[in-house]
Design a protein around this ligand. Structure first.
Ligand SMILES: *Cc1c(COP(=O)(O)O)cnc(C)c1O
Length: 451
């Protein structure tokens, strides 16, 4: 009998996250203050984020960081997630490759973001915080945070990009079901929001406007901390639970991946599945390939530049060393909302610079073709974001067909697409298109990055 799904028992869950910063040949460069250009320390960040998250953010010493028992207890609500051999997809592709996927869509919220939301809310609660705030675009992160805040007894205030709130109304319903206060951004509830609306009364909102409002709320409200769903090092750290489980599950399958693939927004689900395997490249001479799949319309890994840039559109955050398209880059309104971010996280940017991983860019239509094939073979409707990873995995499997190599390919299924069905409708009706960015567009926004 061939085994399809590999599951760990609750007592087999990893008990520590993996901190790749301790093993990197070149450590990531530090975040710096935009005015003084001085590196930021824990104290500079801890008035915005939970302190323990700031400690983890800058920890280059400890390779494994224990997962608090309270967080493990909440992970047991849905972990382990299955590692699945995609036999039907392999058959459809007629490839000799062995394709595995880690199914992070199987949890109360339907995406990997819950793995870090639980950790961040736990640390916020532990230091005496009563309120957390954040921004969300399509709503995956906001929904995960709303759930985690509820779990740990915190009040959550989420600023959702106004236009996304209208396009994806069910995500705000989910957030409100878990008790979060959801506000469309830009709003009149903050000074930043008022300024934006005064300048442009019909502003549709962006992650930039929502970040500005959430940070303002956190810094002006007592006992309120700001949380972030991607990009930062501590978020990637929490997501390594994905790869650490996958490592054990691949061993159950008697295999080890030649290629590890994930879709790429800010880098948290990519880092989550990749870093524990990359550890063996760095320490044990393994030669696994790591591929991050980004949308063609937002190609920071394949066509961006390594620079210090702001993390948000408005320029409120510290300067971060990242592969970036420029913080004022406005990506096309593709359906993979979670991949529309101008830069890559600091760890990933350094790894890319050092040639330890590579990016590929996927056109929107190719991502939906891949998502459809996956749905029709493996029976799971993927999130439009995750379909980029599927497309990249299919490209690799096609190469194996050419060379007759039975490579082992592992990709992360970061979420399901059941709340993105309007996107599938548009695809099925033939109403979707590709958006390739011109070099001129990239040059224009890169020129606005401070030197
Ligand atoms: C947010 C999101 C992403 C992209 O974020 P990363 O930090 O790059 O992982 C990918 N897939 C899904 C389903 C998401 O919700």
């Amino acid at each position: 009998m061939r085994q399809k799904r590999f599951i760990l028992q609750e007592n087999e869950l990893p008990k520590a996250w993996y901190n790749i910063q301790a093993d990197m040949p070149n450590r990531p460069m530090p975040p710096i203050h935009p005015a003084t250009k001085q590196p930021l320390g824990v104290d500079d960040l801890a008035h915005i984020f939970p302190r323990e998250c700031c400690v983890q953010e800058l920890d280059t010493e400890h390779d494994f960081i224990p997962i608090p028992e309270e967080v493990l207890d909440k992970y047991r609500f849905y972990r382990s997630t299955p590692l699945v051999r995609a036999y039907s997809l392999e058959e459809a592709l007629q490839t000799p490759a062995h394709i595995y996927f880690k199914n992070e869509s199987v949890n109360p919220l339907g995406s990997h973001k819950i793995n870090s939301a639980l950790a961040q809310c736990y640390y916020a609660k532990q230091e005496g915080t009563t309120n957390v705030t954040t921004e969300t675009g399509a709503g995956q992160w906001g929904a995960a945070l709303a759930y985690a805040a509820r779990v740990f007894g915190l009040e959550a205030a989420v600023y959702q990009v106004k236009i996304s709130m209208q396009q994806k109304p069910y995500r705000s319903s989910i957030m409100r079901t878990f008790g979060a206060a959801v506000t469309g951004s830009p709003s009149m509830s903050t000074r930043a929001g008022k300024d934006i609306i005064t300048r442009d009364p019909h502003h549709p909102g962006s992650l930039g406007t929502a970040i500005s409002e959430a940070v303002e709320l956190a810094t002006t409200t007592p006992n309120c901390k700001y949380t972030l769903g991607s990009v930062l090092n501590h978020v990637g750290l929490h997501q390594t639970i994905i790869g650490l489980e996958a490592e054990k599950q691949m061993a159950m399958a008697g295999e080890y991946p030649d290629v590890v693939i994930a879709c790429f927004g800010g880098g948290s689900n990519f880092g989550g599945i990749a870093f524990p395997f990359m550890r063996h490249n760095l320490k044990d001479g393994r030669q696994t390939e790591f591929i991050a799949a980004e949308p063609e319309s937002c190609p920071k890994l394949t066509r961006g530049e390594f620079r210090y840039d702001f993390g948000d559109e408005a320029g409120y955050t510290p300067l971060l060393p990242m592969f970036t398209l420029g913080h004022s880059f406005k990506p096309a309104n593709i359906h993979a909302g979670g991949l529309r971010y101008h830069g890559a996280g600091m760890i990933i940017s350094q790894l890319l610079k050092d040639g330890l991983m590579r990016g590929v860019d996927i056109p929107q239509l190719e991502s939906f073709d891949a998502g459809m094939l996956f749905a029709r073979t493996e029976g799971i409707i993927p999130a439009p974001e995750s379909s980029h990873a599927i497309a990249a995995a299919i490209r690799e499997a096609e190469k194996c067909k050419q060379t007759s190599e039975p490579k082992v390919i592992l990709f992360n299924l970061s979420g399901h697409g059941l709340i993105d069905m309007s996107a599938y409708d548009q695809y099925l009706n033939g109403d979707l298109m590709n958006y390739r960015v011109t070099d001129e567009d990239i040059m224009k926004t890169l020129q606005c990055v401070p030197q």
